[in-house]
Unconditional design. Structure first.
Length: 676
């Protein structure tokens, strides 16, 4: 039996909850994952079958951690493996795979990640006069994504008549969706939206899935969008046994569709819901929590909660004021060096900033002061070109209808098939209402292109034959690498031998991943599923920061992390809160730099403050250079909301002025001898 006495009273109340809807408001550092895992283990103790329990997360890493914790609590890995635990997108993929016949999709349908989606958008834009030159494809793709999650069909999208991007999206959206279906593909948004659409029109399918799970749990509920809420509602439609865990004060993703009203109005959507608040923080000192509580209290539309801790008051918060952005960065690097000299590991320290553009000057100073660092939010492993190229070869071998994958590698490495030939093939395929692979088979071209097409098709057929014959996957891919001379191409294209080796190491990393997959003894059908799951790896997964290195990350990227020491830099108006928050008329909404309102920026500040465990630095500059002009800066309103008694103010300019004369005097007198 699982011992619930290990939990504090509110945690225990949540974990032992019986039936009906439950909202667990879990403040930062309050042990929310612990509550979910203990609840699942408790349900299993009560005799609920593992197959009847579903837990939904936002990252694969969180799902695996949850499963491992449950296995440790139960002392039973097999039972834990029978639970349905995964991301929304992984659950959606499971549903679509099960219901593919009802959806009219082919067995080997593809999943298009963001890079693939942008490729389809660009193709659609090229078919519209000047579309590819005048508009940013990512901005169009974002609008399509938001429309899908609002259940707006391509032919229903109208947008704002005064917004040029909305109007180009009106034309691109239908072409984009037609292309996906022609390729036998779903995008990330389809993984959520299409199951809900299916349930809306097919009562039998809706009943099948409503009967599937008796208890559903959702982590990070404040990050859900409307489509995800509807998916959850359908899954618990019969029992209403839903537990959601989240913190409205950490809702910082509205720019990508997250809807904070899902958690704010939970008891309206699920009448009779029980609400449990987790307010004891196990992470930070009292001073840090008081600063966080005071700042977030200025948001009016929130569930009231006050974090508290049994840790002591802790160190005072340092508010450092620099004359310039360069002086700010230099001082941060010097202070990190000082902390390291006093015994702190570099990996204990994080530098947090609102926008990626702020990192450049920090990076320069860290290099100057020989401080090792790693950046979160960089390109993820399975998004690296050489890795995606090899995956594309496998995707084409498994599904010749996968036109995006085919286009990606048809002339890589270069084999004489130019862009003009590719477009002719695409036009021929479209005219004949067939696939591009069929157009390759029937291609009537000469010269280098003819030889290149034959070479490409032979390579694909060899891979396909080997996979279908059950040959070793890793050996097959190694042979593919040799056949296309991939390593030679990587060496030739790289700026240096070390850069080439990094890219070769990435390919070797994929081979290692395929080896681990093949050791599970699954066949070619499972390989297609595996490649689809690679596309589902969340962009929020944090890269491995092995080694003793300072972590650099945006405030968005820092969510879910904690560090003994945090530097929050650039606490100024127009940085935090972001300038675009103060100019809401900006319509090109594509990423985190396009914030929505001041309340979300305040939540972002709250997230930053609550990353710190023992020591927090809040820094700002008096001036910054913008477009060649020196611009005076105003302290962030959030900084001004922190009580004065929690802060020590360091005027770095004054400190520098006091140091310089003393250094000059010492230098002057060092040249003289006063011996008689």
């Amino acid at each position: 039996m699982v011992d619930l006495s290990k939990l504090n009273p509110p945690q225990r109340e949540a974990a032992s909850h019986g039936g009906g809807p439950l909202l667990v408001l879990a403040g930062a550092g309050s042990g929310k994952t612990r509550v979910i895992t203990f609840r699942i283990a408790h349900l299993l103790d009560q005799g609920i079958p593992a197959r009847a329990i579903c837990a939904v997360t936002f990252t694969n890493k969180a799902a695996e951690e949850m499963r491992e914790r449950i296995a440790a609590l139960l002392g039973n890995k097999k039972l834990a493996s029978e639970l349905t635990i995964g991301t929304f997108h992984a659950l959606g993929l499971q549903i679509l795979r099960t219901e593919r016949k009802a959806l009219g999709m082919p067995r080997g349908f593809a999943i298009y990640d963001q890079a693939d989606q942008l490729g389809v958008v660009r193709e659609a834009m090229r078919s519209i006069r000047d579309g590819d030159r005048r508009y940013d494809a990512k901005a169009v793709q974002t609008r399509i994504s938001l429309a899908k999650n609002a259940f707006i069909a391509p032919d229903e999208f109208e947008g704002n008549p005064a917004d040029d991007y909305d109007q180009i999206t009106r034309h691109v959206f239908p072409k984009y969706q037609e292309a996906l279906r022609a390729f036998g593909a779903f995008d990330f948004d389809d993984l959520i939206v299409e199951p809900v659409r299916l349930w809306d029109r097919d009562a039998d399918a809706r009943t099948r899935w409503a009967d599937r799970f008796h208890y559903v749990m959702v982590d990070e509920f404040q990050d859900t969008n409307k489509a995800q809420l509807r998916m959850v509602q359908a899954l618990v439609g019969k029992t209403n046994n839903l537990m959601v865990v989240g913190d409205d004060d950490q809702s910082i993703y509205s720019w990508r569709g997250a809807d904070p009203t899902n958690i704010l109005e939970f008891d309206r959507v699920f009448p009779g819901a029980k609400i449990v608040k987790l307010e004891q923080n196990y992470r930070s000192t009292k001073r840090i929590l008081e600063a966080a509580n005071t700042v977030i209290a200025n948001n009016k539309n929130r569930h009231g909660k006050t974090l508290w801790s049994q840790h002591g008051d802790g160190e005072i918060i340092t508010h450092a004021v620099a004359a310039t952005a360069e002086a700010e960065a230099k001082w941060v690097a010097q202070e990190i060096r000082r902390l390291q000299a006093e015994g702190r590991r570099f990996s204990d320290i994080a530098v947090l900033y609102r926008s990626n553009i702020q990192s450049k000057i920090i990076e320069e100073e860290l290099r100057t002061h020989e401080v090792p660092y790693v950046m979160y939010g960089g390109q993820q492993f399975f998004e690296r070109k050489e890795v995606k190229d090899l995956i594309a070869y496998l995707r084409v071998a498994l599904n010749p209808k996968d036109e995006l994958a085919l286009r990606r590698v048809i002339n890589y490495p270069a084999r004489g098939i130019g862009a003009t030939t590719v477009e002719k093939l695409a036009t021929a395929a479209q005219a004949a209402h067939t696939t591009m692979w069929d157009a390759l088979v029937a291609a009537d071209v000469g010269g280098a292109a003819k030889h290149g097409i034959a070479q490409f098709m032979q390579t694909i057929e060899q891979v396909k034959t080997a996979l279908e014959a059950g040959h070793d996957i890793v050996a097959t891919v190694k042979q593919l690498i040799a056949d296309i001379a991939l390593y030679d191409d990587l060496r030739h294209a790289a700026a240096s031998m070390s850069a080439a080796q990094r890219r070769i190491d990435n390919v070797e990393g994929l081979l290692g991943s395929l080896k681990r997959f093949s050791e599970k003894g699954k066949g070619v059908d499972a390989l297609g599923e595996y490649l689809r799951h690679l596309s589902l790896d969340s962009k929020d997964e944090k890269e491995d920061a092995s080694g003793d290195k300072v972590i650099l990350t945006t405030l968005h990227g820092a969510k879910g992390l904690e560090f003994p020491v945090c530097f929050m830099i650039g606490l100024e108006e127009e940085l935090l809160p972001h300038a675009r928050t103060l100019q809401p008329q900006a319509t090109d909404v594509t990423d985190a730099d396009h914030a929505t309102d001041i309340s979300e920026e305040r939540r972002l500040c709250y997230v930053g403050i609550t990353r710190a465990q023992r020591k927090l630095y809040l820094t700002r500059a008096i001036t910054r250079v913008s477009r060649g002009r020196v611009i005076p800066r105003t302290p962030s309103r959030f900084l001004l909301e922190v009580p004065d008694e929690l802060l020590e103010i360091r005027d770095l300019g004054e400190e520098a002025r006091q140091r310089v004369p003393q250094d000059e005097v010492r230098s002057f007198f060092a040249n003289f001898s006063f011996d008689e």
